[in-house]
Every structure is written in structure tokens, then in C-alpha cells.
Design a protein around this ligand. Structure first.
Ligand code: GLP
Length: 253
């Protein structure tokens, strides 16, 4: 059976700045602006190195202000088998890098919880998180993997997937090994919001910095709209902002 090509609904707005610090300023400003307009908004946060300059700026500006006290935060993904208290877990990471310092109450920081209690059943962990996300977050911050992944949606992931369990690729495990004591300690599986889940957000904000991301960025924005590059799914969304430094924009035509 033939599948019609999915409709491209909007052109991402692409902003290219000099360096990672400048990209961080735009990301931080977009996040604060969203919360200023809607103090009880639902904010989708990402982990990884790319958002860190933005998170540091938010912490410097907002510590003690209470501006984020009524925000509900949602993580994109989490490793299977790490306790929430494990410093390498994304739940611990987002608390230590951002949410504790800017006053988002821990009970308002949501993430998949794969592997513990009722969520020893990974399908239940996925279904519960998908239900919690409901009709999507107001703003979803995204990084991009060198292979074009979003969250942990590896190449080959259908564009309409909901929260699901993934087997991490060797590239992704190697890229994330720096956060673990040994390469073997990197979990083999994770739970991630699906591409369909991510696309339910009202506004998607993708940040990419550094030359290592240039090919993935070019594939996402200018390559075929195809599951071989999960981030090309961004082009199906009506409101996408892409913030790049010059190096990450280096392979765009
Ligand atoms: C990880 C995360 C992604 C992140 C990506 C890029 O695999 N699951 O959500 O966007 O890697 O990370 P970094 O920003 O460190 O390059």
C-alpha cells in the first residue's frame, strides 16, 4: 500500500548566532518569555550538554525570584534502570542543573520512571507518562543527536510514535559515555517521548551548537523528510524555532 508523503505544515524559523553562549541567551530568553506570559505553563526540558549555557543563565537570573514556582516541567526521556537519585539519571541531572535552583518544586518535575515499583513494567511506565503529558507541553526544548535523534528517538523511529522503550544505538551510548564512570555503565535502554508526543507541543525549540552537529542539522532541515533523520519530523510542526551557532549551521546550503 502506498503512503502519501506527510504534509509539511510550516517552515522552521532558523536563527544563527556566533557561538554557544549567544545560542544560550536566545534559548534562555525564549524559556523565560514563555513563563512570563503563562506562569503555570507546561515546560518540556532537555538534558545533554547543549542546554547548559541557557540553564546557567536562567539560574543566574531567576534564583530566588519564584518566577518558575508554578511551572510544571517534563523531561524528554530517561534511562532504564537508574534510580531517580543516581546522579547520571536525567531526573537528578535536571534538578541539579536547573529546576532546584530556579525553584520548580521537585513534585512538579515529571519524567518517565522506568524500572521501579509499578514501572518495573516498562509498558506501564510509558503509558503513564504519555497520559501525564496529555495534549502536550507549551514549549519543548530539544537537542539533536549526531545521528539526528530527538530525545532518544533513533533513526528509523516512525514520526507518530508515543512514549516508548528504545534500545540505544552504539553511537548514542558512546556519545553519552562522558556522563558515566565507564562506557559499559551507560544503560542499554531508555524510555523516550515519541516523535508524535514531541510534536504535540505548542512550540518546539531546537538548539544545536558545534561542528559535530552540522550534518544532523542539515539533514533535519534540508534533507528528505524521512525516518532516517528523526529530527526531520520537526518540519511537520507549525511552530518550530531552531537556534544554531555558526559551527552547527556550517553544512546548511
Ligand atoms: C542525548 C539526549 C538528547 C540530547 C542529545 C544531544 O542522547 N537523550 O535529548 O538532545 O543527546 O546531547 P548533547 O546536547 O549533549 O549533544
Amino acid at each position: 500500500m502506498e503512503h502519501p508523503a506527510p504534509a509539511v505544515t510550516g517552515e522552521p524559523q532558523v536563527v544563527v548566532v556566533d557561538d554557544a553562549a549567544a545560542a544560550g541567551r536566545i534559548v534562555a530568553a525564549t524559556i523565560s518569555d514563555t513563563v512570563r506570559r503563562a506562569p503555570t505553563c507546561r515546560l518540556g526540558l532537555a538534558t545533554g550538554s547543549t542546554p547548559l549555557p541557557a540553564y546557567r543563565l536562567l539560574v543566574a537570573e531567576l534564583r530566588g525570584t519564584g518566577a518558575f514556582a508554578r511551572v510544571q516541567a517534563f523531561l524528554l526521556d530517561e534511562y532504564v534502570g537508574l534510580a531517580a537519585t543516581d546522579p547520571a539519571s536525567y531526573r537528578a541531572t535536571i534538578r541539579s542543573e536547573l529546576t532546584d535552583a530556579i525553584g520548580v518544586p521537585p513534585a512538579s518535575v515529571h519524567a518517565p520512571d522506568p524500572g521501579s515499583g509499578r514501572h518495573a513494567d516498562l509498558d506501564a511506565a510509558c503509558a503513564d507518562y504519555e497520559r501525564l503529558l496529555g495534549d502536550g507541553v507549551d514549549l519543548q526544548l530539544l537537542g539533536i543527536g549526531r545521528n539526528g535523534h530527538l530525545g532518544f528517538n533513533e533513526p528509523g523511529t516512525p514520526f507518530d510514535t508515543t512514549t516508548h522503550v528504545v534500545t540505544l544505538s552504539d553511537t548514542t551510548r558512546a556519545d553519552n559515555a562522558r556522563f558515566f564512570p565507564t562506557p559499559e555503565a551507560v544503560p542499554t535502554h531508555a524510555v523516550t517521548q515519541g516523535l508524535g508526543t514531541i510534536r504535540r507541543a505548542r512550540h518546539l525549540l531546537l538548539a544545536a551548537t558545534g561542528a559535530a552537529k552540522a550534518d544532523a542539522v542539515a539533514a533535519a532541515l534540508e534533507g528528505p523528510l524521512d525516518v532516517s533523520c528523526p529530527a526531520s519530523a520537526l518540519r511537520l510542526h507549525p511552530r518550530v524555532t531552531v537556534v544554531l551557532d555558526r559551527a552547527a549551521a556550517g553544512a546548511l546550503s
